[in-house]
Design a binder for this molecule. Structure first.
Ligand code: PLP
Length: 463
């Protein structure tokens, strides 16, 4: 469905309905003159979602869950309903899956990292294209004596052709990959889930960048663990994510501690504790129950828009974004932008990384571009986006020289600028990232186009 070709009339209708959505739900962007192109950083909340949540809070009395008083049972009910709703949104059968609320995708990943039974003989295998919140799991793996193996990505930032997942080790082994790269927007094949399972792995799917604009059906993909951050899906609330886990896989995790909210019983004298079974054993302390109360509204917004339409719209916008970036030229006709990763809208989401090039083809430091864009009211992101594997491949960072620089630059003066200087100045150590989503309209991309065209004009002529 998502790869369906739209006819010209369909495309015009789709565009019109998303322009109406922008005017109805995201008018503040135009009121503030803001061109927001950082949706991979965070989605924006729809006004109706916020209004509905405010109304709900005004008319309900909610207290700390897990007690028998009315305010508490009301909150417990809200949490249970939200758990069911999120599972339903992802097609996750509650008989197979359970949902652990966490502060964000990172906290959800850490629950797996610290509890996975890594040991000598275990393997932690992952794509080179991963967020640091997944890369960091290798520290838990290493401490337990497990081996970490990275699968390489190619110049297009997709999994290298011919790269094979090695078989799981002789002890519990974990395979991790992002459904969508937060660096390049590349969508890695969801078939990797089954491939890795067939090789004996438990599979951790980082869906944080994928689910805001594409439907994920856990009922057909069946990863053992999936993480999401809700603010990336519908902008509000922040501070809330989830680990969606197969019940059987969750039961094999070993929590390294217990905390308030996670136990049935603790004895100080007897030094024993009984962890709650299932999700409750992983939810440390008091849940963000007021935030959780806003989740069903966010999911309802996405359902109303329709994930198939959202996907089609983002694909069209991504095509336009790529055309603008790919078409940017110096007055001499030389390319003014280098795009990292695929240059077509196929098999990817609405995230594009790039650098501006000066007239001789040398990348402009991303910090300069980010600041200049900000002056024009354009929100782009600069840096490596917490994805060093994709950045190293895209920017062709010389590993040995980089390691030498890490040795020579004193810790207290280390930053990316110092690293760039140490590497000789002409190596880009970061990039720019533009990302589009449901609130984006063509006029936003026109403003980006004008900014890029004006970048090389004398100051007085810039718009
Ligand atoms: C693919 C991916 N994974 C994980 C994360 C971490 O999400 P959070 O910072 O909400 O924990 C992000 C955030 O940008 C991401 O894009």
């Amino acid at each position: 469905m998502t790869e369906q070709v739209l006819t010209r009339t369909d495309a015009a209708g789709l565009r019109r309905s998303f322009e109406e959505l922008r005017a109805r739900e995201f008018a503040r962007l135009d009121e503030c003159g803001s061109v927001y192109l950082d949706y991979t950083g965070s989605a924006l909340y729809a006004e109706s979602h916020l209004r509905a949540h405010e109304e709900f809070l005004k008319h309900h009395v909610l207290g700390n869950p897990h007690s028998e008083n009315p305010a508490s049972t009301a909150a417990t009910r809200i949490v249970d309903d939200a758990r069911r709703d999120v599972l339903d949104f992802f097609g996750a059968d509650p008989a197979e899956y359970t949902l652990v609320f966490a502060a964000n995708a990172t906290a959800a990943l850490k629950l797996v990292a610290e509890s996975y039974p890594f040991q000598a003989g275990s393997r932690f295998t992952l794509l080179a294209d991963n967020h640091n919140s997944v890369n960091g799991i290798r520290e838990y793996a290493a401490r337990a004596g497990a081996e970490t193996i990275y699968l390489p990505i190619d110049a297009d930032l997709r999994l290298q052709k011919g790269a094979r997942i090695p078989p799981a080790g002789s002890a519990p082994s974990l395979f991790a990959f992002p459904a969508q790269s937060n660096f390049s927007g590349v969508r890695h094949p969801l078939a990797l889930v089954q491939d890795a399972k067939d090789l004996g792995y438990d599979v951790l799917l980082d869906a944080a960048a994928y689910v805001p604009t594409e439907h994920l059906d856990l009922g057909s993909v069946h990863p053992d663990f999936t993480c999401v951050s809700f603010y990336k899906m519908f902008g509000f609330p922040t501070g809330l994510g989830a680990l969606i886990a197969r019940r059987e896989a969750l039961a094999r995790l070993r929590r390294p501690w217990f905390a308030g909210g996670t136990v049935d019983f603790v004895s100080v004298e007897g030094r024993v504790h009984r962890l709650l079974r299932g999700a409750g054993g992983f939810e440390d302390g008091t849940l963000n129950f007021l935030g959780i109360a806003a989740l069903s509204g966010g999911l309802a917004f996405l359902r109303e828009v329709g994930m198939t339409r959202a996907s089609q719209r983002v694909k069209a916008l991504t095509g336009r974004l790529l055309a603008i970036l790919g078409g940017a030229r110096h007055p001499s006709g030389a390319p003014a932008v280098r795009i990292y990763g695929p240059t077509t809208a196929d098999g990817r989401g609405g995230t594009v990384s790039f650098n501006l090039l000066d007239a001789s083809g040398v990348p402009v430091p991303y910090g300069e571009v980010e600041r200049a864009a900000s002056v024009h009211g354009i929100a782009l992101r600069g840096g490596c986006f917490c994805n060093p594997g994709a950045a190293e491949r895209a920017l062709e960072l010389p590993t040995d020289a980089m390691l030498d620089c890490l040795e020579t630059i004193p810790q207290q003066s280390f930053n990316l600028k110092a690293l760039a200087d140490c590497l000789g100045g002409s190596v880009a150590v970061g990039a720019m990232r533009a990302s589009v989503s449901l609130p984006t309209v063509e006029a936003d991309l026109d403003r980006l186009d004008a900014f890029l065209t004006g970048y090389w004009q004398p100051q007085t002529e810039t718009p």
